[in-house]
Design a protein around this ligand. Sequence first.
Ligand SMILES: O=C(O)CCC(=O)N[C@@H](CCC(=O)O)C(=O)O
Ligand SMILES: [Zn+2]
Length: 331
Amino acid sequence: MSKASFEALPESVRALAQADFGQVADLFRAAGFTVGLPAKGVLTVKSAQPDADRPAVLLSVGVHGDETGPIEMVAHTVDALSRAPHGLKVDLMLCVGSIDAIAVGKRFIDADLNRMFRLDRGDLAATFEAGRADTLIAATRDFFDGAGPRRWHLDLHTAIRASRYPQFAIVPELIADGPRNALIEWLGQGGIEAVIMNPKSAGTYSYWTAEQHGAASSTVELGRIGTLGQNDLSQFAAMSAALHALLRGLPAPQGAAPLVFNTVQSITKLSDAFRMSFGRETENFTPLKQGDVIATDGDTVYTVKHDEEFVVFPNPDVRVGLRAGIMVVRT
Ligand SMILES: O=C(O)CCC(=O)N[C@@H](CCC(=O)O)C(=O)O
Ligand SMILES: [Zn+2]
């Protein structure tokens, strides 16, 4: 994006995209909160009096640098909150994931940051994003270590391609029933139409916080990737209202319960011979029938096992060893 277009963005959007929390931090500090800037791109705002009943909410955006819609939406949410700071009823950690990738409008610089949240990174360990993940892991640990049991993490993304349900979410299965059901209900109130239950970590930030910190976590997909400043923010109205309510301790507006899908296959790219059986632009939640070939990879042939499976995140361009798609079924 040109310098002139960037300068034309609202100040709050420019600030968040550059991870400049100066003004917001000052406003919360002046209102008596304990404000921390533990790392570049990370802001924490906590009640001055520790309170185990107070929810701890981690809001992350820009984990992929070209997923700009949530950056715009959250910039407006946080800007409004910082101007009425006493309305904040949770301990908040705000995280801008891939600051350098946002600056150049790319998904990542070297390798996908959202595959680094795992103990064994293999050949990803030497990448630029591995260092960033270490920084975020440490800041996240410090935030949740002092928190009470009501822990949330919403990692806001956008999908690369169109989706039959434009707003959907991925929820780690290991979250306990009570908080998981509350999270899914809240996601519906935020306009999420479909929820995919995820049984296994792919090295994602949301799975990490659920597994390591007992958070009710979700990767939330809000439409498609777009250019900063050119996203249609009206598509985020329900999510924006739900976030407003969450951060202020208010009930979220009514919303329909999302459809729930189970993950039945994770398709891993094993080699450079990996070929998908359909085009790159195949929409998320496209149905395939039993026996259909999903992908081939040398001698490995991935086929549909159930009567019908829906493909999500088909991406043959990932590094060898990483997830190239998932197959889901309706519960
Ligand atoms: O559209 C795509 O192919 C990717 C969109 C995206 O970044 N999705 C997340 C999902 C993370 C999860 O499974 O919880 C990702 O792939 O990192
Ligand atoms: Zn993403």
